[in-house]
Design a protein around this ligand. Structure first.
Ligand SMILES: Cc1cc2nc3c(=O)[nH]c(=O)nc-3n(C[C@H](O)[C@H](O)[C@H](O)COP(=O)(O)OP(=O)(O)OC[C@H]3O[C@@H](n4cnc5c(N)ncnc54)[C@H](O)[C@@H]3O)c2cc1C
Ligand code: FES
Ligand code: FES
Length: 474
C-alpha cells in the first residue's frame, strides 16, 4: 500500500505516493535520476550511498549522515534529504578540490559518500580537527585510492579552517556558504521544513506486522521483500523523549539510537564509559539509525546493546497498542532468536535502576576487525561497591544461543572484595556458565578463552589500583 509523503530533496519540495518500504537509495537513483549516490554493498558497509537527513530540532536543523541503502522512504517524511547533487556549489568545494589535488579520488565511486560525510561533519561539530572529521568519515570505504590520500585531503582542508561554534543554524550555514562548502539554499530550509508536520501515529494493531525501527538489520536481511509486507514504522509511533529519568529509574525509548545515547547528557553523566561501547558499534551512519529496540528484537546473541542493558538489570516494556506489560530483559531472551513477545507486541521502552553509591561499568568486545564489526564475544560488567561488592551484573554475548545474563557469576561477586582472587573466582564461575558453539566467528574454545580474557580486562580497566597486569594474566 502506498503512502503520501512530503519532504525536501536537495532544493526541491517533493510530494509523492510511494510504497513506504522503498529505500531512499532506490528513490534517488531510479525515480529522481540522482545517480551521484552510489550503490556499493547495499548492506551498510561501504558508505557509497551516504546521504544527509535533516530534522528540525527547535529552530535548528540537525543533519545526520545515514546509509540510504538501508533507509526506507517513510522515514524522510517532513525532513530534508541531501544527496551529493544537493551539495553542488560553484565549481568544486574546498574539500572536493583538495581531494583531487591530493590524489584522493581515482574511480570516484566512493567519493560522493566521503564528500557527504564531510558535509555532515561541517554541519554538526564545533571541533574542526582532523580526528573529529575522521570519526565522521569512518563509515566510508575506498577500495582503490587508499585512505592515506583522503586523510591528507581532510588535513589540508582543515588547516587554518575555523567553523565557529554552532550557536545558530543560519550562522553556521552562512559561514559554510561563504567558504563555498554549501549552496545558499540551505539557509531557507528551516522555514520550508516548518510547514511539513510529522504526525504521531497510534498503533491499533496490525496483522502479521513487521515492525521497522532503524532498518539497519531488516533491510540487510529482507531488503526488497519488505515492500510486499505489512510494515509498521515505529518512528511514527514511538515519538517523544528518548532518554529520561523518572524517580529512581532511567528510561530509554526503544526508538533511541546508539547516537542518541552517545550524545545524551544524561547517559554521559551516569555512564561516561558508554562512549567505549559506542565507538565499537558500527559506523556513524549505522549508529545514527540503529535503535535499542532493533538491537534487542533482532535477538542476535551478540547484540552490543542487549549485552549492555542486561548487565544493568534492564526491564523491557511491551505494548500491543492497548495494553503494556514489562519483564526483565534477562527473561525476554528465551532461546536462539526466540523472544517472550507476542506477534502483535512491540518494545516501547526500557528501564534501568539508577546507580547508587560507588559504581563502575565496563564494556569489552572482540571482533575480527576492531571497528565497524559485530562481535565474536562481547561482555559488560556493572558493579556497585563499598568496601565489598554490593551489586553486580555480568553479561556476555557470543557464548550461548542468546545474549546471556550470567546469573551465577553475578551472584558470586556479591560480598566479595575487589581483589585478584575475586577475579580468579569470577572467571571460573563465568566459564562454567557459558555454552559457546563453534561458528564463523570462532571456535567454542576460542570464545571461552576470549571471555576469560575480557573478564580480566574489565577488572584491569576498572580497578587498576588493585589489579595488576600480572594478576590479570593468572
Ligand atoms: C554495517 C553494520 C554494522 C553493524 N554493527 C553492529 C555492531 O557493531 N553491534 C551490534 O550490536 N549490531 C550491529 N549491527 C546490527 C544492527 O545495526 C543493530 O542490531 C541495530 O541496533 C538494529 O536496530 P534497528 O533499529 O536498525 O533495527 P531494525 O532493522 O529496524 O529491526 C531489527 C529487528 O527488530 C525488530 N524490531 C525493531 N524495533 C522493534 C521494536 N521496538 N519492537 C519489536 N520489534 C522491533 C524488527 O522487526 C526486526 O526484526 C550492524 C549492522 C550493520 C548493517
Ligand atoms: S551501498 Fe554500501 S553502505 Fe549503502
Ligand atoms: S576512488 Fe575508487 S573506490 Fe575510492
Amino acid at each position: 500500500m502506498n503512502v503520501h509523503l512530503k519532504f525536501i530533496c536537495n532544493n526541491e519540495y517533493v510530494e509523492t505516493d510511494i510504497n513506504p518500504s522503498v529505500t531512499v537509495l532506490d528513490f534517488l537513483r531510479l525515480q529522481k535520476h540522482l545517480t551521484g549516490t552510489k550503490e556499493g554493498c547495499r548492506e551498510g558497509d561501504c558508505g557509497a550511498c551516504t546521504i544527509l537527513v535533516g530534522e528540525m530540532t527547535g529552530n535548528f536543523i540537525r543533519y545526520k549522515s545515514v546509509n540510504s541503502c538501508l533507509l526506507p522512504v517513510s522515514e524522510i517524511h517532513g525532513r530534508h534529504i541531501v544527496s551529493i547533487e544537493g551539495l553542488n556549489v560553484k565549481g568544486m568545494s574546498p574539500f572536493q578540490e583538495t581531494l583531487v589535488n591530493e590524489g584522493g579520488t581515482q574511480c570516484g565511486f566512493c567519493t560522493p559518500g566521503f564528500v557527504v560525510s564531510f558535509a555532515s561533519f561541517l554541519l554538526s561539530t564545533d571541533s574542526f580537527d582532523t580526528e573529529t572529521a575522521l570519526s565522521f568519515l569512518g563509515g566510508n570505504l575506498c577500495r582503490c585510492t587508499g585512505h592515506n590520500r583522503i586523510i591528507s585531503a581532510v588535513e589540508k582542508t582543515l588547516s587554518g579552517f575555523n567553523g565557529g561554534a554552532a550557536t545558530s543554524f543560519s550562522e553556521r550555514v552562512g559561514l559554510l556558504k561563504n567558504k563555498n562548502f554549501l549552496p545558499a539554499y540551505f539557509a531557507d530550509i528551516p522555514e520550508r521544513l516548518k510547514s511539513i508536520q510529522r504526525e504521531h501515529k497510534i498503533f491499533e494493531g496490525a496483522e502479521n506486522a513487521v515492525f521497522v525501527s532503524g532498518g539497519t538489520d531488516l533491510f540487510v536481511q529482507q531488503g526488497d521483500s519488505l515492500t510486499e509486507k505489512n510494515t509498521v514504522f515505529l518512528s511514527g509511533v514511538l515519538k517523544g523523549e528518548k532518554i529520561w529519568i523518572e524517580g529512581d529509574e532511567l528510561f530509554l525509548s526503544a526508538a533511541a539510537t546508539v547516537s542518541d545515547l552517545e550524545n545524551s547528557e544524561i547517559i554521559n553523566r551516569i555512564f561516561p564509559t558508554f562512549k567505549d561501547l559506542s565507538k565499537l558499534f558500527g559506523s556513524l551512519q549505522i549508529r545514527n539509525r540503529a535503535t535499542l529496540g532493533g538491537n534487542i528484537n533482532n535477538a542476535s546473541p551478540i547484540g552490543d546493546m542487549s549485552v549492555f542493558l542486561l548487565s544493568l538489570n534492564a526491564k523491557v516494556f511491551l505494548s500491543n497498542g492497548k495494553t503494556i506489560r514489562s519483564l526483565y530483559l534477562k527473561d525476554y531472551f528465551k532461546d536462539y532468536k526466540t523472544l517472550d513477545r507476542n506477534e502483535d507486541e512491540f518494545t516501547q521502552k526500557f528501564s534501568i535502576p539508577l546507580p547508587r553509591g560507588g559504581y563502575k561499568l565496563s564494556f569489552e568486545k572482540v571482533s575480527k576487525r576492531t571497528y565497524l564489526d559485530i562481535a565474536s564475544v562481547n561482555t559488560s560488567l556493572y558493579i556497585e561497591y563499598d568496601s565489598v561488592i554490593t551489586k553486580a551484573g555480568l553479561s556476555a554475548g557470543g557464548v550461548s544461543p542468546v545474549p546471556l545474563f550470567l546469573k551465577e557469576s553475578s551472584g558470586f561477586l556479591i560480598g566479595k572484595e575487589i581483589s585478584s582472587s575475586t577475579l580468579v573466582g569470577l572467571v571460573e564461575a563465568a566459564l562454567g556458565e557459558i555454552k559457546p558453539i563453534s561458528d564463523v566467528r570462532g571456535s567454542a574454545e576460542y570464545k571461552t578463552l576470549l571471555l576469560g580474557r575480557l573478564l580480566r580486562a574489565h577488572f584491569l580497566k576498572l580497578f587498576p589500583e588493585v589489579i595488576k597486569a600480572e594478576d590479570a594474566l593468572c
